[in-house]
Write a protein of this length. Sequence first.
Length: 249
Amino acid sequence: MYHFFVDLPQIQGDVVTITGSDVNHIRNVLRMKAGEELAVGNGVDCREYCCRIEEFSGDCVICRVQSVREADTELPARIFLFQGLAKGDKMETIIQKAVELGVYEVIPMAAKRCVVKLDEKKAKSKTVRWQMISEAAAKQSGRRIIPGVKNVMTMKEAMSYAAGMDVRLIPYEKAEGMEKTREMISSLKPGQDIAVFIGPEGGFEEDEVEMAAEAGVCPVTMGKRILRTETAGPAMLAWMVYQLEESSI
């Protein structure tokens, strides 16, 4: 069943009104007709509304709710990905894959070795674009929430934002002891807020890792190989997702 997101005001009782670019997609790309069914989420909670299309009215699709259920596609814990800015389209790929894997929020981070330098105007424009990537990935992967993409933060701001989270990890190529990494991942539990800090193309500088460690963020290794920034995040997330979903069975 095709899935779409709407804002909460577009759900009134058992009537859902779909607007915007999704209307063209439903009408002209999917060629759906009145009487066919689709799923709608509000992007905020895990409720899924199974709807039947009643009519196409101008630039709207009017649907009638047939049933509502609590979807089980979300992880039992919230993972926050603090991602060092990556150049080109790498950032879009990272966000897309992170959302597919179940991340709750992505926080772009301006670390010292970031090749990308964004002024305030460009940063805002990029954030809008990245949020669109997140929504598209959420639709594709059957998510019932749209993970938020925050405005770009400095390393210091990111540390402050993550301060109250239950588990905070920073993969670092100079960290040693896979056993420690295994213990940290194995300790993850449902209900936790988990922060993961991933460096940019050039990795983190030593003083950044030291600052993180002083703030209570735990440096961990991901093995003997140095991973690219677009590989490190998804690799760590996949490990976490397995642990969280296996422990919640």
